[in-house]
Ligand binder design. Structure first.
Ligand code: ATP
Ligand code: MG
Length: 221
């Protein structure tokens, strides 16, 4: 009897696109594109693997509960997830894909260095509440964190916040909104995450994927 395929959780967009070469290195092709097919369960050309398409921030949840055997998620997402759900996820490989950096950005005219030095309260809008809170706590800066779910760049422009903590790659979105990067918090890339029970149960089937991904990702570093 044929075994059920392993399930890999991905988000569409850059993580899906940048995972395709890793899958190719493992000998797996994905005939359908999630942007056009609208399917949430994507078959591959291998009976050994299927892909599920979920929100980037939901990838760790699907893997942690075992609904996916493994998945790929940004360190930004993993860091926020781990605050609420410690343990349960094995993170064997930095895949070096979807690279960007987590930054503080502020409107062009805002004197961030002075605001930070004066010990005044800073209002910070972000999706990355844990990372932002820990960053400013380490600097001894008092902050009010305003949790947003997207379009953080807008917040300082309409008086919701003094600055934002967000991901930046080219800086194009910041520039288009008259914001400048004032501090880098950390470099971000995506990691492979594996459900621990799946690794015990399906280790021999999972391992070739882990090996192929690890091998291919060193070429991307
Ligand atoms: P959603 O669209 O579901 O709200 P999202 O905006 O975080 O989630 P994506 O934009 O696809 O989803 O980002 C997925 C992951 O890619 C992020 O968690 C991050 O690790 C990485 N990422 C985000 N922005 C960039 C960027 N500008 N350049 C490179 N990688 C990025
Ligand atoms: Mg996005």
């Amino acid at each position: 009897m044929a075994q059920a395929p392993l399930t890999l959780a991905l988000s569409k967009g850059r993580i899906f696109e940048e995972t395709l070469p890793l899958l190719a290195a493992a000998g797996v092709g994905v005939p359908e594109n999630p942007e056009t097919s609208r399917k949430l369960i994507l078959p591959t050309d291998s009976d050994a693997l299927r892909i599920i398409i979920v929100r980037a921030s939901d990838v760790p949840t699907y893997v942690q509960y075992g609904a996916a055997d493994f998945g790929i998620a940004g360190k930004d997402v993993l860091y926020e997830h781990m605050a609420q759900h410690p343990g349960g996820l094995y993170q064997p490989i930095d895949l070096n894909i979807a690279r960007c950096r987590l930054c503080v950005a502020a409107p062009k005219g805002f004197d961030y260095q002075i605001a930070v030095r004066q010990g005044s309260r800073l209002r910070v809008a972000t999706k990355y509440v844990r990372a932002a809170r820990e960053h400013f706590a380490a600097k001894g800066v008092h902050v009010d964190i305003i949790k947003l779910y997207g379009s953080m760049e807008l917040a300082p422009l309409v008086g919701l916040a003094d600055c934002i903590v967000d991901l930046v790659s080219s800086g194009g979105t910041l520039r288009a909104n008259q914001l400048v990067e004032v501090e880098e918090i950390r470099q971000i890339s995506s990691r492979l995450i594996v459900n621990q029970a799946a690794l015990k149960m399906h280790g021999p089937r999972l391992q070739p994927f882990l090996d192929a991904f690890a091998q291919a990702s060193t070429q991307m570093a």
